[in-house]
Design a protein around this ligand. Structure first.
Ligand SMILES: C[S@@+](CC[C@H](N)C(=O)[O-])C[C@H]1O[C@@H](n2cnc3c(N)ncnc32)[C@H](O)[C@@H]1O
Length: 440
């Protein structure tokens, strides 16, 4: 089969990431924006030795689980991949993606009954968002990245998965930013500029915005203009990649509060918090439940963030070492330990988790919640060499979870696996895997 061949086929399943998978003449073909069970016509646009990718031309026989997407930019925006599926079918696909990854990469069989636990709401759940913008000198692109051309920005007038508070600000902020950029362009001819606008709205306060562009003086200037033009609290900083939005040294941290099971926690604008707060609580509950009675237990919470789990376990009597590499987040973590738990029950290590001597704090239980790329091998071998008997791994990417579970080796048994739909309409899925040490 060569490029530009048009084929007709039945979609068998969704791959992790949301693309439909079918087979034509024995070759695996990925077709985005399709639904398992439906018959489609598609044109091959990329041919690789072991698979091909095709563009959907027509849905010939739609599946019963196909629905009308709600968002006008669905199909071109890279933010949501599954709006054309019922939420129940989305969850089925996510559970299947976790099972596939754990079987194919992790080498674990018999997980077929896994259910992806539902979100509280399918829409308006995101309490934070990052909008990309590009100023050409006289025009502003303001939105999310294109699904097929990541360098292109799809302009948005609103976004149905962000909270109503953030959604109503999007149009205002776009106008305010355009005004600020136009004023700036009159004074300086800086040519094409690209940046990010991070938005956050926690229950303790109004929407706040961070303006990120690769020149601190300009970031400060635009953030202040945005604040004046849109009457919103702002901060600023630089950016290099999507995951590295860094506040400038002179920028305000815009502190908020987050409450969980009696804890009152501080969180700066640049500290991690799940986008869906009720989903976050269910994840934290799952970890706390997996630890069981905490009193007297020695726990390491690695990639601890602002310390929600660490503080909860320390408050319940565990002796906790929390590891967090980001300095602003680590300062929130220390403040949260100070104001929520007894002195001496929570020790904060501000350093990268791969620099930890895992045997020194001598943990019985380790909690891991790394970013999407998973854990370096050094951490996994450190945990295996430590006295830890139980490992609770919270993952936002089932493929790296499965890889890390395999790398842990046969000394560990997968005790339980839960999947959570924290990001309805997208292909993302959160998982909590509990592993216990095999008897040696
Ligand atoms: C997915 S978040 C989890 C945060 C926290 N467990 C929670 O659920 O609220 C990952 C956290 O790990 C931190 N982090 C990233 N790389 C790290 C590293 N190499 N060592 C330690 N912490 C790291 C980030 O700053 C972030 O706070």
């Amino acid at each position: 089969m060569i490029e530009e061949t048009t084929v007709e086929a039945t979609v068998q399943r969704l791959a992790y990431g949301g693309e439909g998978v079918t087979r034509v003449d024995g070759l695996v073909v990925f077709v985005p924006w399709t639904v398992p069970g439906e018959r489609v016509r598609a044109t091959v646009v990329e041919r690789h030795p072991r698979y091909a990718r095709a563009r959907l031309e027509a849905v010939l026989e739609p599946a019963a689980t196909r629905i009308e997407p709600r968002c006008p930019v669905f199909g071109s925006c890279g933010g949501c991949q599954l709006q054309h599926l019922t939420v129940a079918a989305q969850r089925e696909a996510k559970a299947q993606a976790v099972v596939d990854a754990m079987e194919r990469i992790g080498g674990h069989r018999g997980l077929g009954g896994l259910v992806c636990e539902p979100a509280a709401s399918g829409w308006g759940y995101r309490k934070r968002a990052v909008v990309s913008w590009r100023w050409t000198g006289d025009e502003l692109d303001f939105g999310y990245h294109h699904a097929n051309e990541p360098g292109r920005i799809i302009s948005i007038g609103g976004c149905p998965i962000v909270s109503d508070q953030i959604d109503v600000q999007l149009a205002r902020l776009r106008e305010a930013l355009e005004l600020a950029l136009r004023d700036h362009a009159v004074a300086f001819d800086s040519g094409v500029l690209e940046g990010r606008l991070a938005l956050r709205c926690l229950p303790s306060g109004p929407v706040q915005a961070g303006l990120f562009v690769d020149q601190t003086d300009l970031a400060r200037h635009l953030a202040r203009a945005l604040s004046d033009n849109a009457d919103i609290e702002t901060t600023w900083g630089g950016w290099r990649t999507e995951s590295s939005l860094t506040l400038a040294a002179d920028a305000p941290r815009l502190i908020n509060r987050f409450q969980y099971r009696g804890l009152d926690l501080r969180i700066g604008f640049d500290s991690f918090i799940q986008a869906d707060l009720s989903g976050a609580e269910r994840l934290y509950d799952a970890v706390i439940d997996a630890v069981g009675p905490a009193s007297g237990k020695r726990v390491i919470d690695a990639y601890a963030g602002i310390g929600v789990v660490a503080c909860q376990l320390a408050a319940a009597g565990a002796v906790v070492t929390a590891i967090e590499a980001h300095s602003g987040t680590a300062s929130d973590l220390r403040a949260n330990a100070h104001s929520n738990v007894a002195t001496g029950s929570l020790h904060v290590l501000e350093l990268p988790a791969d620099r930890v001597q895992w045997s020194r704090p001598g943990p019985e239980i380790v909690v891991l919640n790394p970013p999407r790329g998973g854990c370096p091998r050094r951490i996994l071998s450190g945990i295996s060499a430590s006295p830890a008997r139980r490992l609770i791994y919270v993952a936002c990417d089932p493929t790296t979870l499965a890889r890390d579970v395999r790398r842990l080796g046969t000394g560990w048994r997968l005790e339980s696996l839960r999947a959570f739909d924290l990001f309805p309409q997208t292909a993302h899925v959160e998982t909590v895997a509990v592993l216990s040490r095999q008897n040696r």
